[in-house]
Write a protein that binds this ligand. Structure first.
Ligand SMILES: [Zn+2]
Length: 461
């Protein structure tokens, strides 16, 4: 849709201009450097960062010593494999052992100016600390990312994410940094948000994919056509895989008459660590801040570029709490090819699911996002669905409940068969399909819970 922002009628700006509101890049030299320059930059940053971690974090001192490695053992980026990994439960455990910041932190608390917190599955909030410098670096990255998605000083940006300790909250300052008029909307009731969007004639907003859909449907029910009565032309989404599933993204775009840009965030590092540029072909990664490895979750070996594997992250600059080889549990794929926008950073080509979302049905791995893509491609469905997994007579059974649209002409039997065949063809899993009336599944106002696993014991491969 909108490939050009309002400034596009001016003469093209130089690629090296860093002041024009019409320049294509926020930081031209960085964003278009060669892959060799990226690698050299990351190696230099990583050497410095590992030394900072080893010398200032009691946790890393002990963990590196126990593994028999030290900062000098890193001579190439590949050498990172020698270092031990950590995960979310280690973060939680170290924080509980030494409240508030834990001994992974590498600066004294007086240097920390901000913490975000994420509740996680056990309900114990884990905090992510920032020094003043970390916070500035983060805002600069958010600004760069927003710029790549076409946000400009002429935009009115409605930040519709939770502010309460939520890592996405401060991202609004990234929009302010580029000069956009920023509306700190937060999570208000949808009627109120719609009134705000209409009154302020906001041109951009950030929310989750489920909520963008819900809000668009709510608007229509209230007699507001998002395409004509509102001015939203850009929607940034994060928090669920939907924004990178083309079928889901396109349906939100059709509902709003706006472009949808997927962002990926990780509460333990940054609000957004990657985001789509205007080409919408993968998510440009914050490569000068976070080094990525993609590994086979079973063997720990690196997966070749383009392959699916678990994402493991190492921060390169975050002084308050370095993360070295943090296992995210997200199953992803990346490319290092130059994007059509001219940016050369690695691109996240999809979060295919969470390791703990992955369902193993009779020995076959299946991700809910695969089922979602199939349903959303078929316009005889509303797009809302639920996956129920049960164990019947010792065999795993998966039932996909999908809503048909109002006014569907055919029979439920043929619609169910079509969906069943598609699921079988794409995933290799034989699913039962149950066709529901439109509006019978609960609508998500936050992150959608679309999988109900009723099995008592779930085997993983
Ligand atoms: Zn791009």
């Amino acid at each position: 849709m909108n490939k050009h922002h309002p400034g596009a009628s001016f003469a093209p700006a130089s690629e090296h201009d860093t002041t024009s509101p019409d320049r294509p890049y926020w930081d031209p030299k960085l964003e278009t450097q060669s892959r060799a320059e990226w690698e050299a930059m990351k190696l230099a940053l990583m050497k410095d960062h590992l030394r900072h971690a080893y010398e200032n974090s009691p946790y890393y001192k002990k963990s590196f010593d126990e593994a028999g490695v030290g900062p000098d053992d890193l001579q190439t980026l590949e050498d990172l494999k020698k270092f031990p990994t950590i995960n979310k439960s280690v973060l939680r455990e170290r924080q509980e052992a030494l409240p508030l910041l834990g001994d992974i932190a590498a600066v004294p608390e007086e240097q920390v100016v901000y913490v975000s917190a994420s509740s996680g599955s056990t309900g114990v909030p884990t905090v992510s600390p920032f020094t003043a410098e970390d916070f500035d670096e983060w805002m600069d990255y958010e600004a760069r990312q927003f710029w790549s998605s076409g946000l400009r000083p002429t935009d009115r940006y409605a930040h519709s994410l939770n502010f309460s300790l939520f890592i996405g909250g401060p991202c609004v300052l990234g929009a302010q940094k580029i000069g956009a008029l920023s509306i700190h909307a937060g999570t208000v009731p949808s009627e109120r948000l719609l009134t705000m969007l209409k009154t302020f004639q906001a041109t951009a907003m950030w929310t989750t994919p489920s909520y963008a859909w819900y809000l668009g449907e709510t608007a229509l029910k209230e007699g507001i056509d998002p395409k004509t009565d509102l001015a939203i032309k850009k929607i940034f989404v994060a928090g669920e895989p939907g924004g990178s599933i083309p079928e889901t993204r396109q349906r939100i775009e059709e509902l709003w008459g706006a472009d949808v840009y997927d962002y990926y965030g990780l509460s333990d590092i940054f609000g957004a660590c990657a985001g789509m540029c205007e080409a919408k072909d993968g998510l440009h990664w914050a490569e000068d801040h976070i080094h990525v490895e993609v590994i086979d979750p079973e063997t720990g070996e690196h997966v070749p570029p383009g392959g699916r594997g678990e994402m493991v992250l190492t921060t390169l600059k975050k002084r308050a709490r370095p993360l070295v080889r943090f296992r995210t549990g997200d199953i992803v794929s990346f490319t290092e090819e130059t994007c059509s926008c001219g940016r050369t950073s690695q691109r996240l080509m999809g979060v295919h699911g969470r390791l703990d979302d992955m369902l193993v049905i009779r020995g076959v791995n299946i991700f809910p996002s695969d089922v979602e893509a199939i349903i959303r491609k078929d316009h005889d469905f509303t797009g809302e669905y639920r996956i129920v997994v049960e164990r019947v007579n010792h065999l795993d059974q998966i039932t996909v409940e999908a809503e048909k649209i109002v006014g569907f002409n055919g029979t439920d039997e043929e619609l169910a068969k079509r969906l069943k065949d598609h699921i079988k063809a794409v995933t290799g899993v034989g699913a039962r399909v149950s066709i529901l009336e439109a509006d019978s599944l609960p609508r998500a106002t936050h992150k959608a819970k679309r999988v109900e696993d009723r099995r008592e014991q779930v085997w993983t491969t």
